[in-house]
Ligand binder design. Structure first.
Ligand code: HEC
Ligand code: HEC
Length: 458
């Protein structure tokens, strides 16, 4: 009897605890997958009933699959033969195509589909441009539903906004934060300042967000993450009303809480454990000062903690994302009509959060602006990092570089040189400067590779 109790307390309890973390992760992933905030005819929607065109295409395989428009041109992923993150919501006798969170907040790495990873190819600028063109034609056709006009007009405004040349994204996998910021100006009837920065960023990973939000939301940590209001900012931009948000805010709050339950994906290939052990020592000496500890609990699950915010003066990566943080913007955020839940936290100096590195193997290209294709390159002096690289099929197995950890380099054809799926560090906001510190200068080749091996274990 005693032995049985002992057995259960050792094995049984651990197994139970483990299944709890894995179970909450699975629940969060399942809920996030279904999440969108279309409400009372408003949200990130395309023109009513236009989703039927998508169904028509889908049934005939037009634009679908590995080489189809939806993946290659718009960057939407496919799972079970469906574009990920596109929902069909009924509204007043119409069918409305809606963009859900995981269109951006799920992605692929080394051929694996991962919820909570940023989509490496999403191209909202291209989607906006193509959708508004298509919708113009769609809107000119006769539509009987009396509500059509109103929803159509709102969708036109949303997709046209996504396509705004002056401040939309220039490359796949980057999302312009200018869109959300423009909402604060619009609310006060103000015009946007000239040369409004695009503030393009890659979509951040979500695991560990429960602790991350305490430092601050977003790459720059300037959003008050604990109130949970920034999660709907993109809906407001898409025409959601303040009153509606207040009505469904509980749902936003719940979602932001369960995001913290997501776990990072495990490295899917072999790891040389001896080498990784040596790499851990290099990590402790070279990286831990900013990125902190990465410890595991008794079930080998990560113990999440809050990351540090590092002034730009020190990290010196591309500054475009921070240039929008003007006095005027802070004031507009302060008086925004949802300022009970959407607030800024002003840091003593602007900078970027040094993110926790759990699941970092999957998060390439690296840095907030996705400007560095591999970890190996990130350890080199910026002038030695690749100046351009292809994002074509970035999350597929054949593009995964196990040695340098990240994206393989492919020759870029002349035709692809200026394409939106080619990353070019000369485009505004896309420089690969910074994140090169004194301690990096003395790293040997062997130390770089052992460090890479260690990062695979996170
Ligand atoms: C068009 C792509 C896109 C969609 C759709 C989208 N997001 Fe995001 N999300 C982003 C980007 C890009 C950022 C990072 C912005 C930054 O750091 O400046 C972000 C950041 C966040 C953050 C803060 C993460 C952090 O590390 O601080 C939360 C929380 C979040 N999104 C929740 C949501 C929710 C909930 C939805 C669905 C309503 C959603 N997002 C839909 C692109 C998207
Ligand atoms: C002085 C502080 C500091 C040190 C030291 C430092 N980092 Fe960073 N790291 C940062 C900051 C800040 C960022 C975010 C910068 C950005 O996104 O523009 C960052 C970003 C990263 C990223 C990108 C993560 C992603 O999701 O794209 C990786 C990978 C990384 N660091 C790895 C390392 C490694 C490995 C070392 C040690 C060899 C290291 N860092 C040392 C501050 C630091």
């Amino acid at each position: 009897m005693k032995i049985i109790i002992l057995f259960f307390s050792l094995v049984g309890f651990n197994a139970l605890a483990q299944s709890t973390r894995v179970q909450t992760h699975e629940n969060a992933a399942a809920a996030f997958q279904k999440l969108n905030f279309f409400y009372k005819g408003r949200g990130m929607a395309i023109s009513p009933d236009m989703i039927k065109l998508y169904d028509f295409m889908s049934n005939r395989g037009i634009g679908m699959g590995e080489n189809g428009t939806i993946y290659q041109r718009w960057g939407l992923l496919f799972k079970e033969n469906k574009a990920v993150g596109i929902f069909n919501e009924p509204y007043e006798g119409m069918e409305v195509g809606v963009l859900g969170c995981i269109a951006c907040h799920s992605g692929k790495a080394a051929g694996e589909y991962i919820i909570g990873l940023g989509n490496k190819n999403i191209d909202v600028g291209q989607i906006g441009k193509d959708a508004s063109l298509g919708m113009k034609v769609w809107g000119a056709l006769p539509h009987k539903n009396p509500k059509f006009k109103e929803l159509h007009a709102r969708s036109m405004k949303f997709t046209k906004g996504l396509a705004t040349k002056e401040f939309s994204n220039l490359t796949q996998g980057l999302v312009p934060t200018s869109l959300i910021r423009s909402w604060f100006y619009e609310q006060q009837g103000k015009t946007l300042p000239p040369n409004f920065p695009r503030g393009q960023v890659k979509v951040p990973h979500m695991w560990g967000y429960g602790e991350k939000r305490k430092t601050g939301s977003f790459w720059d940590g300037e959003g008050n993450g604990e109130l949970g209001g920034w999660g709907i900012a993109v809906e407001l931009y898409a025409g959601q009303t303040v009153q509606n948000v207040n009505e469904y805010f509980e749902k936003v709050h719940t979602a932001e809480n369960y995001l913290g339950d997501l776990l990072p994906p495990k490295y899917p290939f072999k790891i040389d454990r001896m080498k990784a052990k040596r790499g851990q020592v290099v990590f402790e000496q070279t990286c831990m000062g900013c990125h902190g500890e990465h410890k595991r609990d008794e079930n080998d699950d990560p113990i999440f903690n809050s990351p540090k915010h590092i002034p730009w003066r020190i990290v010196q990566t591309d500054k475009d994302r921070l240039n929008a943080l003007t006095e005027e913007l802070y004031q507009l955020i302060e008086i925004n009509p949802l300022n009970n839940v959407i607030q800024a936290v002003r840091k003593p100096e602007v900078g970027y959060v040094a993110p926790k590195l759990w699941g970092v193997w999957s998060r390439f290209p690296y840095l907030h602006n996705a400007s560095v294709p591999t970890i190996y390159d990130l350890l080199l002096e910026p002038s030695l990092r690749p100046k351009s690289f292809s994002l074509k099929n970035a999350g597929e197995r054949e593009r995964f570089d196990e040695t340098k950890l990240g994206l393989t380099s492919e020759k870029i054809s002349i035709l692809e040189k200026n394409s939106r799926r080619t990353y070019d560090i000369k485009r505004p906001g896309q420089s690969n400067e910074g994140h090169y510190f004194d301690k990096f200068k003395t790293l040997t080749e062997a130390e770089r590779y052992s460090l890479i091996e260690y990062l695979k274990t996170l």
